[in-house]
Write a protein that binds this ligand. Structure first.
Ligand code: CA2
Length: 153
């Protein structure tokens, strides 16, 4: 059975499309989920968002047991959460860190992502469309054929 790709979103991203469109665009998270599912085609996906660090960690644990790859926008937890970093370190497959905005063009407190230090790849600044690009990149990393089950990072 094909292991799913996990797409995990951190705090405040449930508000996408409703505030600060000049930074994050007008696309809602539910529209982003549809774009991801379309990009993934037949590959199974589990799409999640939480404002709670522990819930994100639990989904990473679920991915460790059942997932082929992780695409994660940890939002502000990117810069603060050693607990999320520790959980991601346990994941044996590819990890793509994604940010909608170009965090390096923003305030200095957005510059040092802890997650970038262990991610397989980092995709930033391409807007909501970056999610579909990340899914395509993940399919490439996984060998595109569900039955292959995924490469190690
Ligand atoms: O650009 C991204 O995807 C970020 O991960 C978004 C985070 C920010 O802390 C990161 O530096 C970059 C913030 C998410 C805030 O989400 C909002 C959603 C709608 C309206 C306003 C904020």
């Amino acid at each position: 059975m094909t292991k799913p790709i996990f797409v995990i979103n951190g705090p405040n991203l449930n508000r996408l499309g409703k505030r600060e469109p000049e930074i994050y665009g007008t696309t809602t998270l539910s529209e982003i989920e549809s774009m991801c599912r379309e990009a993934a085609s037949d590959w199974p996906m589990r799409f999640h968002q939480s404002n709670l660090e522990g819930e994100i960690i639990n989904w990473i644990h679920e991915a460790i047991d059942e997932g082929a790859g992780i695409i994660i926008n940890p939002a502000a937890f990117s810069f603060t959460s050693i607990a999320i970093l520790d959980a991601l370190k346990m994941f044996p497959g590819p990890i793509i860190e994604l940010h909608i905005s170009n965090i390096h063009r923003r305030e200095a407190y957005y510059h040092n992502s802890l997650v970038s230090k262990i991610a397989t790849g980092v995709l930033i600044g391409l807007g909501p469309a970056g999610y579909a690009i990340a899914v395509k990149a993940m399919l490439d990393l996984l060998g595109s054929k569900p039955e292959k089950g995924g490469l190690r990072k």
